[in-house]
Design a protein around this ligand. Sequence first.
Ligand code: NAP
Length: 255
Amino acid sequence: MPSGSGKLTGRVAIVTGASRGIGSAIARKFAQEGAKVVINYNASSKQAQEIQRDIAEKGGESIVFKGDVSNSREVKAMVEATMARFGRVDILVNNAGIIFRKKILESTEEEWDRTMDVNLKSVYLCSKAVAPIMIQQKRGKIVNISSISGLNGPPSALEIPDYTASKAGIIGLSRALSLNLAPLINVNVVCPGATETDMLGTMSEERRRVRIAETPLGRFGRPDEIAAAVLFLASDDSDFVTGETLVVSGGRPQT
Ligand code: NAP
């Protein structure tokens, strides 16, 4: 029996990029709250299966689905597999993301395209694939994971052009979707600040030091702290919230 307070009992949730980091924390938290979870991943098969095992041991239910969220065929197959197994889709969390951490002069056109495809186009593709189902169900929640890099974050969070553009794009796209899909589907955004995951492994020690010094709460976030904010936007607690952006970053630098 899941150990949470049942906020998502009976709900079916697709979490993209749930094999590692923030996505895996969201999948775990949703299962704990009673949701049946689709653990999407692209490369990390072993980790995705570990999350599934973990969820099962705690009495939850999930399936693992390998699919590149930037590929419309694979996204369609993921939604079809969800319907075949669970018969509905109540929640979509567009979490999958990548970063190359290169400034414009070092970055390549291929990296720009891949970043845009995985981080931004995927939100369009996955949302478009689940929206007709949610509309038919007369209810649905879409939560998109952007970043303080897509907002007016500190300069150290804004230096990577393709990543920053993709994350700002998610916020604009989400606003448009919140209008397109109202009143039946709520579409909101969570903007994490630096959070302890593999993604930070590609950040230099010097940059880590600067980012922590800039953060009023003096530390990086934990994946479960981001998952808690996503849970709010995926649950009934946020039924009157749409088109909004929730920042979970340890505070804004005071200038
Ligand atoms: P992470 O630890 O690197 O995990 C990324 C996840 O995305 C993995 O599960 C990965 O799965 C999946 N993924 C990557 N490309 C994919 C694709 N084409 N199709 C499907 N899944 C794919 O990163 P994270 O830190 O948890 O980041 C999660 C989200 O939070 C991202 O959108 C990121 O931009 C955002 N974010 C992170 C931070 C931070 O400091 N960590 C801050 C702000 C925002 P595979 O390994 O299976 O490919």
